[in-house]
Design a binder for this molecule. Sequence first.
Ligand code: PLP
Length: 382
Amino acid sequence: MESGHRMIQWVEIDRKAFLNNVGEFKKRLGRTALMAVIKANAYGHGLLPMARLAQEAGLGWLGVNNLEEGLVLRQAGFNQKILILGYTGLDQAKEVVQADLRSVVYNLESIRALARAARCLRKKAIVHLKIETGTNRQGIPGKKLGEIVRELKKLPEIEVEGVSSHFANIEDTTDDFYPKRQLANFLEAVNFLEKNGLVIPIKHLACSAAAILFPETYFDLARVGLGLYGLWSSRETLISCQQRGQEPLKLKPVLSWRTRVAQVKPVSSGSYVGYGCTYRTTRASKLAVIPVGYYDGYDRSLSNTAYVLIKGHRAQIRGRICMDFIMADVTDIPGVKLEDRVTLLGSDGQEKITAEQLASLAGTINYEIITRINPLVPRVIV
Ligand SMILES: Cc1ncc(COP(=O)(O)O)c(C=O)c1O
């Protein structure tokens, strides 16, 4: 973000860390192509900055959630292969084909809408069939595969480029029973499709955890999100990796979230802090007022629980997280002054706050901590 003034709040994107993570996955995947999953504003890292870094890293595939994200990328001039992983509305088919976006499909209505759009535009609609293998999210159930193939044979405007599925239980477990069952279901579906005359240039199944743990799921393309941002999908993924005697990937977190002190405030012992007066000081204290709140994606459940970093020290959050503010205790941190840098997530000196720590305190997962950072907060590549 370029602006004449300094930012009050920003997200730093560590370019070297991202390129390192791409290298780690490329090494693991060998000949399998790597898709950077940059849906959900690139897991909070910023859609355009991460598309730029993916391009720099030479990644030819980008995964987005919807048409809107795809269009933002096309309008910014990105010409990689872009696959819409989420749902595409029937009335969006024309825009999808026009912008050369690929979409996953799992019902006849979408396939027909794309065929109509393609006919109208005199182009092909490129699709990836999504197979239901046990996640029971998007996907074509086994029983419907025959119907889909018959329909595809009638629609020359549709080019089936890929067949995919997604794992349900691969991250937070050391038990590989369910992914194995899903892999078997996937292979069965692929076999059925091929026997019925469908040529499948690209098969893809693996997400970060699968790309780390299960070479048998690699096929032609791996869709990797969290790992490229330098985070582990779960502690169990790391443990499974160690149990299998595999060298853990050397992943480096890409994102840091920072702001500046908006006010330094001495308060007397017995003062209440914030909405609901949920905290009361037990000594004369110094508070730092921090201009970030739950609107920005800093979870309200972190009230009175988490800490931020100022001058390389931990400053405990006092009182409730407000919509746009947090108060933190800097009584024991010497010399804190207006506009000192505050780290909400990331490192400062010897101290660091990880997405996993915040997730554990907030009762959620690292994915949610990072994706929830308000897209309006500027993202800066450093
Ligand atoms: C369909 C699909 N593929 C791939 C991914 C990437 O998963 P991960 O971030 O665990 O690599 C996701 C993320 O949720 C997804 O929904």
